[in-house]
Write a protein that binds this ligand. Structure first.
Ligand SMILES: Nc1ncnc2c1ncn2[C@@H]1O[C@H](COP(=O)(O)OP(=O)(O)OP(=O)(O)O)[C@@H](O)[C@H]1O
Length: 200
C-alpha cells in the first residue's frame, strides 16, 4: 500500500510517499519498523535527490513536489535544455533566443525514434511520435499545445510542422508544403483574434 501523508516535519506544504506492507487483514507492517539500515538504503537509492543532478523526465524525480519540479526545470534551462518530458508529454520553456537544435541533423536524429531516455527531450520527438503512430494506426493524430500568451505555442507549432513536412515525402526541400502551411498561420491567427473581438 502506498500512503501519501503530509510531511509534518517540513515548514512547507509537502507530501511524501511511504510504503506499508499488508501482512493479513488487520496487521500492517509499517515500513519504518524494518531494519533502519534497509530504510536508509532505500531512501538513498530511490528518494535521495542529488543537488547537482537534473532529470530530463520529471517522472524520474526521486522527490517529486512543486519545488523540486521547478528547480529541475530551472537547472535544465540554465544548462541550455529548454525541453523536459513528463512521460510522453513535453514541457518547453521559452528561451527567447535561438538554439541551434532544429536543423536537418536533428530531424534525422529524431526520425523513427521512441520518446524515451535514449535522446534528449525535443519537440521533433513529439512530431515524430505522432507521425509514426498515424502511419501505424492509419488514424488522424492530434497534438495539443497549451501555454499562456507568449509562451511559444506558435513557435512550437512551426517546429512541429517543420519536422512533419520533413518526414513526409512531399515535404522534401523545394516542394513548398511547409511554407504553404506556415503561411496559413497568420491568416488563421487574424480570424481567431477577430472572433475573440466579436465575442467580447
Ligand atoms: N523554441 C523557441 N526558441 C526560440 N525562441 C522562441 C521559442 N519559442 C518561442 N520563442 C520566442 O518567443 C516569442 C513568442 O512566442 P510565440 O509567438 O510562439 O508565443 P505564443 O504562445 O504563440 O503567443 P500568443 O498566445 O500570444 O500568440 C517568439 O516570437 C520567439 O521570439
Amino acid at each position: 500500500m502506498l500512503l501519501w501523508p503530509k510531511d509534518t516535519d517540513s515548514t512547507e506544504d509537502r507530501y511524501r510517499f511511504y510504503l506499508r506492507e499488508k501482512l493479513n487483514d488487520n496487521i500492517w507492517a509499517d515500513g519504518f519498523n524494518i531494519d533502519p539500515e534497509l530504510i536508509r538504503d532505500y531512501f538513498y537509492r530511490f528518494l535521495y535527490q542529488p543537488q547537482d543532478r537534473e532529470y530530463p523526465d520529471l517522472c524520474q524525480l526521486p522527490d517529486l513536489n512543486e519545488t523540486t519540479l521547478l528547480e529541475n526545470l530551472r537547472a535544465r534551462f540554465n544548462a541550455g535544455h529548454i525541453y523536459t518530458y513528463v512521460g510522453s508529454i513535453l514541457i518547453a520553456v521559452n528561451p527567447f533566443k535561438f538554439h541551434p537544435i532544429y536543423n536537418p541533423k536533428y530531424v534525422k536524429l529524431y526520425q523513427n525514434r521512441r520518446i524515451g531516455p535514449d535522446l534528449p527531450p525535443h519537440i521533433f520527438a513529439i512530431a515524430d511520435s505522432a507521425y509514426q503512430r498515424m502511419l501505424r494506426s492509419k488514424r488522424n493524430q492530434c497534438i495539443v499545445i497549451s501555454g499562456e500568451s507568449g509562451s511559444g505555442k506558435t513557435e512550437s507549432t512551426n517546429f512541429l510542422l517543420h519536422h512533419l513536412t520533413a518526414l513526409s515525402q512531399k515535404g522534401s526541400h523545394g516542394s513548398g508544403v511547409e511554407q504553404t502551411i506556415l503561411s496559413a498561420g497568420p491568416v488563421l491567427e487574424v480570424s481567431r483574434e477577430m472572433s475573440e473581438l466579436l465575442n467580447q
